[in-house]
Design a protein around this ligand. Structure first.
Ligand code: SF4
Ligand code: SF4
Length: 207
């Protein structure tokens, strides 16, 4: 399963680079817009499978851990969660103004791609995914209404927390009250990392 997912991610990364090199990156934004509709049904599959930032952040996170650069801390000024909305607003205004005044398409996607890699060298991936990424802010808004998502069968869950450790977006948390895992669909990338490690096969994609 993980090899198939990696293959899909690399395919989309190659498509992104192809569009970028050929000056057609606006087409990617069309794909992103479509993914918001898809998120209402399938959850944030764009984040888990399509997003070039996520695809690059995965090896960067491994490298960061290996080099012991990663910190578990989150900058205090990011914690209230508003910053991703500010980055979204600034990105839209900058794109519109550069098009209108300078007649150029601002390379906003490559900018965020570089930012995601730099942030992930230092912080856990959930910091960029949940607190900085302007695209993630929109995906969160649509993803919370997903008809289908990864779900935990509470009867099967033994509260081992293995799923928590592999989640890139802090979407799955074992409750201290009942010692059972639960998934927040707004944060979940549907990446299946958690279901792949669950020793009780307690996690499935469904209604
Ligand atoms: S890995 Fe499975 S059994 Fe362990 S806490 Fe997560 S859902 Fe429960
Ligand atoms: S809850 Fe599971 S499927 Fe969702 S983002 Fe976390 S690891 Fe991936």
């Amino acid at each position: 399963m993980k090899y198939i997912i990696a293959f899909i991610r690399i395919l989309f990364l190659a498509l992104f680079l192809f569009l970028l090199v050929n000056g057609k990156v606006l087409l990617w934004l069309t794909l992103f817009a479509g993914s918001l509709i898809a998120a209402l049904i399938f959850g944030r599959v764009y984040c888990g499978y399509v997003c070039p930032m996520n695809t690059l952040m995965i090896p960067v996170e491994r490298l960061s851990k290996k080099l012991k650069l990663q910190t578990a801390k989150t900058p205090r000024w990011l914690r209230n969660g508003y910053f991703a909305w500010i980055t979204l607003g600034i990105s839209i205004v900058a794109m519109l103004l550069s098009k209108r005044l300078l007649h150029i398409n601002l390379p906003i996607l490559p900018f965020w791609l570089a930012a995601s890699v730099l942030v992930t060298f230092r912080y856990k991936p959930e910091v960029f995914h949940n607190l900085i990424c302007p695209f993630g802010a929109l995906q969160r808004t649509f993803g919370r209404f997903a008809r289908l998502s990864e779900k935990v069968n509470k009867d099967a869950c033994v509260g081992c927390k293995l799923c928590e450790k592999v989640c890139p977006s802090n979407a799955i948390v074992v409750s201290s009250e009942d010692n059972k895992a639960g998934i927040d669909a707004a944060l979940c990338h549907q990446c299946t990392n958690c279901s792949q490690v669950c020793p009780k096969s307690a996690i499935h994609f469904g209604k």
